[in-house]
Design a protein around this ligand. Structure first.
Ligand code: ZN
Length: 407
């Protein structure tokens, strides 16, 4: 059950990096194609947005998770629970999810939520403590959190390497099986949303394989041997198409039909077409105007490209417009932690010309249980969300529409 490599830790590590970097990603789903696949957490693995709002988990002092909803119409951030006088503290609450060895994630589909338990094949103790609940599985519920039911589960030696993508009929995910041999066997799994039926394709064996995005009927797969590489995988034909020129020590961001990354030495943006693999280069004045360390392109926005990098001990957003003109964003989130150096504004979700961001945050300690009564403490951020017009974001104008957090 214990993996022979540490590759399985990648999912957790990738989540952490995504949270810090405001993980880059595609814009809205390609609307023209009815059966197009959508990556359900395009802006950040922290949560998942719809037109109506944003779903995300918070973690309590004991490691249990509470599903919350930011309602864009009312600007309220509330537990996804309609029970009167509910304390949101145990199994009787539809928004409460017990800790079972790893943090859960939420993905919002068109008419359902999918709660992903990643699996913990490297943690024998979790299976002793939580039994089958520690298995990698996906629980489905309504957009209101009601009618929770398990859609699919995998084996104890398996783990999801990333969050899933979906079309109207299926979920698509990558599951790594650590059961046999030295290297984990990667499985691209197709899960029928109606029946939970699973089909498995093991034809793509690449290190650190994960889904980075989707376009049309293709998943955009990322893999890494220190340098990130990409390929497009057609879910119908199972054909794999390499996307060349996307290699680099920093991952690319996925936009609508494009992969984009920063050429750190030239300060240029490389834009790779998913459709034909061609690369165009956008020269920028980023390195003429600023001196960011480790600049990385984290998101493709309607107006240009979001790059993050460090300067003078702090991390900043750099906004690069479609002409290649770079502007450092001076807005920074307030934080209760003076040592918080990653205070550039994160984009958690996008809705039309508005971004969901977090202009301030505080921290609380969450202690998750471990073997022998030991607990592991971790500082967990509590975000005070706000909506912000894209134009204000690009113009350094702090016109936040604050979300009120309740419960
Ligand atoms: Zn409740």
């Amino acid at each position: 059950m214990r993996p022979k490599t540490t590759e399985g830790l990648f999912f957790a590590a990738a989540l952490a990096v995504c949270l810090l970097a405001g993980c880059g990603a595609p814009g809205p789903a390609p609307a023209a194609q009815g059966d197009a696949i959508r990556f359900l957490n395009p802006d950040s693995s922290y949560g998942s947005g719809t037109e109506a709002g944003y779903y995300y988990f918070t973690r309590d002092e004991s490691g249990n998770s509470l599903l919350r909803f930011v309602d864009y119409a009312t600007l309220q951030d509330v537990p996804l629970c309609s029970q009167p006088n509910c304390a949101h503290g145990d199994e009787s609450c539809p928004a409460w999810f017990a800790y079972t060895g790893a943090d859960v994630s939420v993905c919002a589909g068109d008419d359902a939520l999918y709660i992903v338990y990643p699996g913990v094949p490297w943690n024998d103790w979790a299976f002793e403590a939580y039994g089958e609940k520690a298995l990698p599985r996906i629980v489905k519920c309504g957009l209101d959190g009601a009618n929770r039911q398990e859609l699919v589960r995998f084996g104890a030696a398996e783990a999801f390497t990333c969050l899933p993508a979906a079309d109207e009929k299926n979920l698509y995910a990558v599951v790594a099986d650590y059961g046999e041999g030295t290297d984990a066997v990667k499985q691209i799994v197709t899960v029928d949303l109606a029946t939970g039926g699973v089909s498995v394709d093991e034809s793509v064996q690449r290190p650190e394989l994960r889904i980075a995005g989707a376009w049309g009927r293709e998943l955009i797969l990322e893999f890494s041997t220190g340098q990130y590489s990409y390929a497009a995988y057609n879910v119908d034909t199972k054909a794999l198409r390499e996307l060349k020129a996307a290699g680099g020590s920093v991952g690319a961001a996925v936009g609508e039909g494009v992969l984009c990354r920063m050429d750190e030495s030239a300060g240029a943006v490389h834009i790779i077409s998913v459709e034909d693999g061609s690369t165009t280069e956008l020269a920028t004045d980023l390195l003429d105007r600023y001196s960011p360390e480790w600049p990385r392109l984290v998101a493709v926005l309607d107006r240009g490209y979001l790059v993050q990098g460090g300067e003078g001990g702090s991390q900043y957003n750099y906004l690069i417009d479609s002409e290649g003109k770079a502007t450092r964003q001076e807005l920074q989130a307030e934080s209760t932690d003076d040592h918080d150096k990653m205070r550039m504004l994160q984009i958690f979700a996008r809705r039309g010309e508005e971004y969901l961001t977090s202009p301030s945050r505080s921290y609380h300690t969450s202690r998750t249980p471990g073997p022998g009564g030991v607990t592991y403490g971790e500082e967990v951020a509590d975000h005070a969300f706000a909506l912000m017009g894209a134009e204000d974001f690009w113009n350094n104008a702090p016109n936040y529409r604050s979300v009120t957090r309740a419960g």
